[in-house]
Ligand binder design. Structure first.
Ligand SMILES: [Zn+2]
Length: 458
């Protein structure tokens, strides 16, 4: 909803640190992660996929060798594009993967199928009569996977499943074969080792360098969020993100560590796109509610929303007060429920008979994304909780008319206020400056409602 304002200088510095961390992670004391993973992969297609993620080139499958030496391959694509490239670059990577590596498009499917079959096996155990119906369900799931899995081993497994089904060998015999799903695909596990978000998010961050005073600089989730300096959740503009420092002792030495109260959301979810799990521009510091409660596994490739590093609601979607005599109504169907008889107490800030509504400019550039953001983060619903705040703004709009603001400014110019905007900021206790909207909670609501009520805009 609110754009994250970070200077390009700051972003450059963050990128440098993030890449240092990633290089360090790739080359651990146990060896080079890419060489290691390459060795563990089962087939040429998987190796081809890993080489694409590292180099951006799709090597001819006949040229794939059993061994690689990471020193000989150019990892610029991996670091400059996959790890630190823009969201547009990540989108094009996804496109290439879809076109060339259909079978790896959805990593979870094979594992999902396994869980699914295990769950169904339990159902068959409990309810023998339903066996045929349950087989049908499994068959459908396998059919879904067929379209993007071309592994020889997997195909053999499907054939085996079909034959046993046709021979009516029964649940027990068929379900034995879920073991065969182990090892059908190893790429998932290897990708998770290279793009290891768990390691990045752990409390004990990795030392990446020393500053000019020989103090250790650590990097990881907490330090990244602290360095980004985002103070309010960009998705909802309702929750503060607090960064603080804490003293820690490691090897009897004292360290100052960064801590934060924020979640680090993966804009493109890591369960579907594990190769974007450490991509800098895929990280959105956000509040826990937006990330863990509302967004969950929503796929923003499929369901496009406002991308906070580049986009915002801005003038395309503005908060507005809509009058109604039924404040408990179904706020999602607000248009139908609006009535003609208004409660005049609303105009004095003395009644809850109104709805905090979004006025969206239809067919504007981002209108679809804005609507998706509102639905995903339940913004229309959660904002109704701030009616008391809007009621105060209504009262303020009556008290602080144009001449009152001018009067206050004249009286305190140079002592309390340096500009007329300072007076308005004091009145509404918030920033209404576009540049500062990411500094306080409810700033967007304040700005839009002030505009609607004419506070400072007369
Ligand atoms: Zn939030």
């Amino acid at each position: 909803m609110i754009k994250i304002n970070i200077s390009s200088e700051k972003m450059k510095e963050i990128k440098k640190k993030h890449l240092k961390w990633f290089q360090k992670h790739l080359n651990s004391s146990k060896g080079n992660k890419i060489e290691e993973s390459y060795k563990n992969l089962k087939n040429e297609k998987e190796k081809q996929f890993l080489l694409y993620l590292c180099t951006g080139n799709i090597k001819n499958i006949n040229e794939i060798t059993d061994e690689i030496n990471s020193k000989d391959i150019d990892l610029d694509f991996l670091t400059e594009t996959l790890i630190s490239g823009t969201i547009l670059e990540l989108k094009s990577i996804k496109k290439v993967i879809e076109e060339n590596f259909k079978s790896f498009k959805n990593f979870n499917k094979v594992f999902y199928l396994k869980d699914f079959i295990i769950q169904k096996r339990e159902e068959v155990k409990k309810d023998k009569d339903n066996e045929a119906k349950i087989f049908k369900e499994i068959e459908k799931e396998i059919d879904d996977i067929k379209s993007f899995c071309d592994e020889t081993k997997f195909k053999a497994l499907l054939k085996d499943f079909d034959e046993k089904r046709n021979k009516n060998l029964g649940a027990k015999q068929i379900f034995l074969d879920i073991r065969k799903l182990n090892g059908v695909s190893t790429i998932d596990a290897e990708i998770k080792k290279i793009f290891d978000y768990k390691k990045f998010s752990q409390t004990n961050e990795t030392e990446i360098e020393k500053d000019e005073n020989k103090n250790s600089i650590f990097w990881g989730r907490h330090s990244l969020i602290t360095n980004l300096g985002v103070q309010v959740c960009p998705y909802c503009n309702r929750q503060y993100i607090t960064n603080y420092k804490e003293e820690d002792i490691k090897n009897k030495e004292k360290y100052i560590k960064n801590k934060t109260t924020a979640d680090l959301d993966h804009f493109y979810i890591k369960s579907e796109y594990p190769y974007f799990a450490l991509s800098l521009y895929n990280f959105i510091p956000s509040c826990q509610i937006c990330n863990s409660r509302f967004k969950l596994d929503c796929d923003f490739f499929e369901n496009e929303v406002i991308y906070p590093y580049e986009e915002e609601f801005g003038d395309e979607a503005k908060f507005s007060i809509k009058l109604t005599n039924d404040s408990e109504n179904e706020i999602d169907q607000i248009k139908e429920k609006l009535i003609k008889e208004y409660d005049s107490d609303v105009f004095y800030g003395n009644s809850d008979n109104f709805i905090i509504h979004f006025n969206i400019q239809e067919h504007s550039k981002n209108s679809e994304k804005i609507k998706n953001s509102i639905t995903t983060f339940k913004l229309r619903k959660v904002y109704q909780y701030h009616k008391d705040y809007v009621r105060e703004l209504i009262k303020k709009s009556i008290i602080y008319n144009e001449s009152r603001i001018d009067e206050l400014y004249r009286e305190y110019e140079g002592t309390l206020f340096n500009s007329r905007e300072d007076v308005i900021q004091m009145i509404v206790s918030n920033y209404i400056d576009d540049e500062k909207l990411d500094k306080r909670v409810l700033s967007k609501l304040t700005k839009d409602i002030c505009e609607e009520l004419g506070i400072g805009y007369l």
